[in-house]
Design a protein around this ligand. Sequence first.
Ligand code: B1M
Length: 214
Amino acid sequence: MTDHLHTIKAAVIGGRHGEIKGLVQQALDAGLDPAAIINDALIAAMDVVGKDFGDGKIFVPEMLVSAVTMKAGLDVVKPCLTGGESQSRGTVIMATVKGDLHDIGKNLVSMMLEGAGFKVMDLGTDLSVDKLIDQVKTIQPDILGLSALLTTTMPEMQNVIGALKAQGLRDKVKVLVGGAPVDRVFAEKIGADGYGANAAEAVELARRLTGAKA
Ligand code: B1M
């Protein structure tokens, strides 16, 4: 790993939010690949933070400051990911399900989809089934993208799919799911149209589901 990536990763783990924008900009100026900055520094740092939290070495406030730092770093990389494509490949609603406030992964997926030419309507976090159904009726997206980071909120995805069926909307929108505890088996079990393990897979799947060419 280069010094730049190492320094960015350490800054996120340490929650040094005042420094992160400058560090990411320096890495970009030095010619580092934005994907490497995201995957090998920013996301890698959150993996360490998650493990430390799971091991009881840090607590929610520290996790939150690292999340704020990660988001500030992503903001600097965002212009490199978006704006490349001019023609819309389709409309995607993105949301984190009810009860879940984690939005970093969802935001990353949204950015990558925008960069790939999709029109993304990001509804935010903690979205109830009713609100989502409402928005599907109003926006009529090609894809509904749902993110969940908690094992306790994953079942909400199934509830959303159930409500789409009950409202006669299931064949009008493709449902794409993701988030750390979600996997392909779960996605198939709840009747989703696809599962993305990461943002790149989500884009690939969105292309496939809408029939858009790579
Ligand atoms: Co929370 N948290 N958290 N947290 N948090 C986890 C998820 C946890 C695994 C940590 C741990 O215990 N090791 C654990 C969940 C355990 C479980 O469910 N079994 C946990 C817990 C317990 C909690 C609280 C309950 C803690 C508490 O209060 N006691 C609480 C719940 C709050 C709530 O949501 N109601 C909580 C709170 C928080 C913070 C607010 C402090 C903060 C979130 C800030 C924010 O998002 N704005 C936070 C954080 C930062 C984490 C960890 C450390 C990092 C998550 C993250 O951003 N990862 C996380 C541990 C971990 O995951 N390692 C943890 C980076 C991000 C880029 O990855 O989101 O996985 P991820 O997204 C990836 C893929 O999953 C995929 O693509 C992304 C890019 O590659 N993807 C999709 C995501 N969505 C997709 C959608 C798609 C396709 C792909 O299609 C639509």
